[in-house]
Design a protein around this ligand. Structure first.
Ligand SMILES: [Zn+2]
Length: 89
């Protein structure tokens, strides 16, 4: 059922503490994209995470996503420009 590495491209992220630096997931450095996929596609079961850290030292928060698996795994931190509604908790 789970298709590996088939995340939707409409997820946006921002460096921790810098929501103005929001980028689309495809704009992530390759190492961070890999870390994000590993986190997002890992088996759920624990609490949703606030974000993720990459081995390169960057940490990221998810600002918005329409991907169910991302929403299952991460809390979203909508930035000031985001006008959408929050997903139901
Ligand atoms: Zn990285």
């Amino acid at each position: 059922m789970r298709r590996k590495s088939a995340l939707r491209p409409d997820t946006t992220l921002a460096p921790a503490g810098d929501v103005e630096g929001e980028i689309y997931v495809r704009g992530l450095p390759a190492c961070c994209l890999r870390s994000f996929k590993e986190e997002a596609l890992a088996e759920a079961g624990e609490r949703r995470r606030l974000g993720f850290e990459c081995g390169c030292g960057r940490s990221w928060r998810i600002t918005s996503s329409l991907d169910d698996r991302v929403l299952d795994r991460f809390v979203t931190h909508a930035g000031p420009r985001a006008g959408g509604s929050y997903p139901a908790a």
